[in-house]
Structure formats: structure tokens, C-alpha cells
Ligand binder design. Structure first.
Ligand code: S3P
Length: 427
């Protein structure tokens, strides 16, 4: 993919595809609910198709139609043994959330994934699920494939403080609680995205938040619902940063999720001087939604607050691009989790942006960036990681000359129409 830099501005209105995290959860909860669930504006991407296929392989009928994804829920006791191992592809959310559900079934199952996912840590779910009584084994006790056998008796609810800030681990425990006895408490040191909690409540579960704890009653019954999935702020982030960086830009993003556990990117960009306004705020099926307007503005470097790193974790690659063109130094620390994403994102983004003339240094737990006046087009590689491909593409747009993005097809994991939408906004 060739990006022609410095040739236009970002202008117009856009709706981005449905939120990836919320789309996964609507399929998962819809599949285990009583009755039908219609998911409107759900994302259809490689990761989501993995989750759909997983539930189809466990006997759930899921129709992907023009007006939405229609799921005929089988109830909490209705999943069937899959004939083959469940292939999660590149999707960490599929693997980790499913591990919690499969741990509570009366049949055996196996979770597998692609090369990148097979290198990502799974002990973070194996450990708490085993404490709940799950019979779950990974390669080297740490990696996919995960072999999950029926537990001896019912799972036990758990009180657990998350050692790493991870919404996927929190969700695996909460989903396993649907098949357990007792009351689960998950304690978070740092807040992570709370879509699972919100959707469990929307489907009728008894779940509450107290300080840093999420408390869930295992006696649950999920009721099929209609869901509208808001636009994915992590996808919108690329256009928001592009509009901020490119002179003359004026963009409105409609109907995007602005859940406070996801909108950290907006706060960080504003603290850097960005001209961003959120308006038309409302709540749809327990999730905050709004419109966002963005105009070009010069940026200055910042030291990012360590408290919010978990809620901007997916946006660090694109924030790094913004920081490269901000005035002064940006410090992003306490984001070592980036090493365990679809690629080692600390290494990948710093290595590739340096090829474009950026002054960006990878440190043990983050990135230190000195802003430069301009980036220069170069040949760069996505490292097979969708968020690196999209971040570099925006870097290319703001740079002088052409940028060639190698292995750009990985955008299909979360945003198959990314390049078409980018082309339509860049005039
Ligand atoms: C996700 C949680 C995050 C995020 C990932 C999606 C989710 O990972 O990086 O892209 O849908 O729960 P963590 O589990 O590390 O928080």
C-alpha cells in the first residue's frame, strides 16, 4: 500500500465500523442468552468472524444479514462440544474470553490460534480459571493450544486481584462465573475497559462496581436483547489524529463509543493541544455514545499519566505518531503490556517510525519521543499488526513524499474498509 503524504487534508463526516470489543461480547452473550439477539452495526472483521465461527461450531445458529447479526441463543446450558479445535486466528479477545466459558462446560475443547496469538501469554487466564476449579492446560503452561476439560463439579466463584491490567482476563473470570457457584470479586489496580460488565448487566445479570472491585453473582440468566454497537473509538482514533496533524482538516465522527474506559485518547490529545469536541452524548444499551468533531491544531509533547495507560493501550501506536509531530518531548511509560499484543508494539512502532525520520526511543516499559518538524516517507512494515499498519498509514499521510506500508492486509483484523474510508476523507 502506497500512501501519498502531504497532498491534502482530512475533511468531512465519517461513521467507523462497530466497536470490536463490544461486537465480540454481543455475539458471546447473545449465543448464551435465552431467545434471539439482533446485533446492529456489529463489526464484521477477521477477529469477529473467529468468534462467530467458534459459537457456530458449538451449535449456535448465527445469521450475518444486511440489517445485523442475528443470534439464536441456546441458553447457558445449551452449548455443544465442537467437533474440531476452535481456531481463534489472531484474536486474543476470542481466545481469552472463550477460555472462561469453556472452563465451565461439561465437554472438552481445544483453543488454537495463529503464529502471533500462539506466542501471547495465556497463563494470565489459566491461573485464575484454575483457582476456580477449571481443568485447563496450555503448552508450557503458558501458551496456546489450550486444552480445556470438564471441571470436577461446578466451578467456584473467585476473589482475585488482577496482577496485570487486562480486560480480557477480567472478562474470562466474569464469564466463567456464569457457570460457577458463589459470588466473584475481581479487583483491578488500574481500570480497564468495562464492556463485559455493562453488557452482562444489560442482559440481566446481577453485577456491581465498588471502588476498584467488580462483584458478580453467579446465579445468572441471560435474556436475548437487541444491541446497537457504537462506532469503535480505537478505529476512529486514526482519523482523529490525522485531522489533528494535517493543516486545514475538519472532521466529524458520528455515533462513536465514548465509554470513559475507552476515550482516554481524547483526553490525551486535548492535553497535547488538540481541538476536539464531543457532543450529542447519549447512552445506548448501557454504553455511552457521542459525536466527535476535530480540527487541525498544533500539538505539544506531554508526559502521560500512568493511571490511564490501560485505557489508551490500543491507541499508543497512533499516539506515538501524534507525539512525533508534536513540539517537545512525550513520555509514555508503564505500557509494557504493549509487548504482548499482536506484535511487540513498543519495538514495532519505534523501529518503523525511525525509518521515517522520527526521534523515538523504545525503553523497557514504553516510549520516549522528541517531536520533529516533519516526517519523511519511507518503506515501513506492519509487523503483521493491524494497529501498527493503520498508525504508520497516518504517519505516511502527514509525512513528505510516499510511504510504502508492507503487509498492510492485517487491517482486516479490525477494520477491513480502513483504506477506502481514509481515501474518501483525504481530499
Ligand atoms: C480487549 C482488551 C484489551 C485490548 C484488546 C481488546 C477486549 O486487552 O488491548 O485489543 O476486548 O477485552 P487487555 O486484555 O490486555 O486489556
Amino acid at each position: 500500500m502506497i500512501i501519498k503524504g502531504n497532498k491534502g487534508r482530512i475533511f468531512g463526516e465519517v461513521r467507523v465500523p462497530g466497536d470490536k470489543s463490544i461486537s465480540h461480547r454481543s455475539i458471546i452473550l447473545g449465543a448464551m442468552a435465552e431467545g434471539d439477539t439482533l446485533v446492529k452495526n456489529g463489526l464484521i472483521s477477521e477477529d469477529i468472524i473467529r468468534t462467530i465461527q467458534a459459537f457456530r461450531s458449538m451449535g449456535v445458529s448465527i445469521e450475518v444479514e444486511e440489517d445485523g447479526i442475528l443470534i439464536h441463543g441456546v441458553g447457558l446450558g445449551g452449548l455443544k462440544k465442537p467437533a474440531e479445535p476452535i481456531d481463534c486466528g489472531n484474536s486474543g479477545t476470542t481466545a481469552r474470553l472463550l477460555s472462561g466459558i469453556l472452563a465451565g462446560q461439561t465437554f472438552s475443547s481445544t483453543l488454537i490460534g495463529d503464529e502471533s496469538l500462539s506466542k501471547r501469554p495465556m497463563d494470565r487466564v489459566i491461573i485464575p480459571l484454575s483457582k476456580m476449579g477449571a481443568n485447563i492446560r496450555g503448552r508450557e503452561n503458558k501458551y496456546l493450544p489450550l486444552e480445556i476439560r470438564p471441571a470436577k463439579g461446578k466451578l467456584k466463584a473467585l476473589s482475585y486481584e488482577l496482577p496485570v491490567a487486562s480486560a480480557q482476563v477480567k472478562s474470562a473470570i466474569l464469564l466463567a462465573t456464569l457457570f460457577a457457584q458463589g459470588i466473584t470479586e475481581v479487583i483491578e489496580k488500574k481500570t480497564t475497559r468495562d464492556h463485559t460488565e455493562r453488557m452482562l448487566e444489560y442482559f440481566g445479570c446481577h453485577i456491581r462496581k465498588k471502588d476498584k472491585s467488580i462483584i458478580m453473582d453467579s446465579e445468572a440468566f441471560l435474556e436475548g436483547k437487541n444491541i446497537y454497537v457504537p462506532g469503535d473509538i480505537s478505529s476512529a482514533a486514526y482519523f482523529i489524529v490525522a485531522a489533528t496533524l494535517i493543516k486545514g482538516s475538519n472532521l466529524v465522527v458520528r455515533d462513536v463509543g465514548i465509554n470513559p474506559t475507552r476515550n482516554g485518547i481524547i483526553h490525551v490529545l486535548k492535553s497535547m493541544g488538540a481541538d476536539i469536541t464531543t457532543f450529542n452524548e447519549r447512552v445506548i444499551n448501557n454504553e455511552p455514545v457521542g459525536d466527535i468533531s476535530v480540527k487541525y491544531a498544533p500539538l505539544k509533547g506531554v508526559t502521560m499519566d500512568r493511571e490511564i495507560t490501560a485505557i489508551i493501550i490500543d491507541e499508543i501506536p497512533i499516539l506515538a505518531v501524534a507525539a512525533c509531530l508534536a513540539q517537545g518531548r512525550t513520555v509514555i511509560r508503564d505500557v509494557q503490556e504493549l509487548k504482548y499484543k499482536e506484535s511487540n508494539r513498543i519495538e514495532a512502532i519505534s523501529k518503523e517510525l525511525r525509518k521515517m525520520g522520527a526521534k523515538i526511543e523504545a525503553v523497557e516499559d514504553g516510549l520516549i519521543i522528541e517531536g520533529v518538524d516533519r516526517l519523511q516517507g519511507a518503506e515501513v512494515d506492519s509487523h503483521g499488526d493491524h494497529r501498527i499498519a493503520m498508525a504508520l498509514s497516518i504517519g505516511g499521510l502527514a509525512a513528505y513524499g510516499d510511504t510504502q506500508i508492507d503487509n498492510h492486509q492485517c487491517v482486516n483484523v479490525s477494520y477491513p474498509s480502513f483504506y477506502d474510508t481514509l481515501a474518501s476523507l483525504y481530499i
